[in-house]
Design a protein around this ligand. Structure first.
Ligand code: CTP
Ligand code: CA
Length: 224
């Protein structure tokens, strides 16, 4: 598929992107993680940089490399991501949260490696703060905030709820159960939904092309 458009320059704009999954430690050698590779977030950061933006990429662990022009802030946990993102958000024009943030972290991290002493092991987890929700609360009128929704059912309905609850300009909804879509793939199938409930459906596309489409969409907003 080809996508034609007049590319809007992002020169002078700050674009903040989050990517990859967070890791929540449970002891000195183990963590709770997820299958996010960072491919979508890194593709968005690269495309924004290509369009002239000043790009900050806050990333969980990933094998991917960022171009020289991109300011990369590496973090591990959701709490570290929150701290970095909230600082960078203040003067950001466009913020896109592609990261797969762990919803829960261990209530306490064992000081020593947990031994296999018992036949079952129960971990107590507590909810992480919703970073995107917090950004939506402090968002100024001229700031653009875009989130992702990873769903396995009721895609459109659940994504729309997140869009409004988190005060987003767009939400990119992806059905993570579709083949070749979602976590750790080079391609994805998404719907882009705006605040008026208008939903655009895309076929299976490479994540680098999707990055262009998402930035094209964002730059149609009057506040850019
Ligand atoms: N997100 C976030 N902080 C969290 C959890 C999620 O900033 N603690 C962001 C993600 O980066 C994504 C969006 O919120 O842009 C939606 O994430 P998703 O996991 O789909 O939704 P949740 O709100 O976490 O709800 P649930 O997992 O229960 O569906
Ligand atoms: Ca979640």
């Amino acid at each position: 598929a080809e996508h034609f458009s007049d590319t809007v320059s992002l020169r002078g704009k700050k674009v903040l992107v989050t990517a990859a999954g967070t890791r929540e430690p449970i002891d000195p050698v183990r963590y709770i993680g997820n299958r996010s590779s960072g491919k979508m977030g890194y593709a968005l950061a690269e495309e924004a940089a290509r369009r002239g933006a000043s790009v900050v990429l806050v990333s969980g662990p990933s094998v991917l490399k960022a171009s020289d022009g991109i300011r990369l802030i590496k973090i591990e946990t959701a709490m570290q991501m929150r701290e970095a993102v909230k600082k960078e958000f203040i003067d950001s024009d466009i913020t896109i949260k592609a990261a797969a943030v762990a919803d829960y972290r261990a209530s306490s991290i064992a000081e020593n490696k947990i031994k296999k002493d018992s036949s079952t092991l129960t971990l107590i987890l507590e909810k992480n703060p919703d970073i995107l929700f917090e950004l939506g609360q402090i968002k100024q009128k001229n700031q653009i905030l875009v989130g992702f929704a990873a769903e396995t059912q009721n895609l459109l309905e659940f994504a729309k709820i997140k869009l409004h609850k988190k005060n987003l300009d767009y939400i990119i909804a992806n059905d993570v159960t579709a083949p070749n879509a979602g976590f750790n793939t080079d391609t994805n199938i998404v719907k882009i939904i705006d605040r008026n409930g208008v939903c655009e459906d895309f076929p299976l596309l490479r994540k680098d092309l999707l990055a262009k489409i998402i930035l094209d969409k964002i730059t149609t907003l009057p506040k850019i």
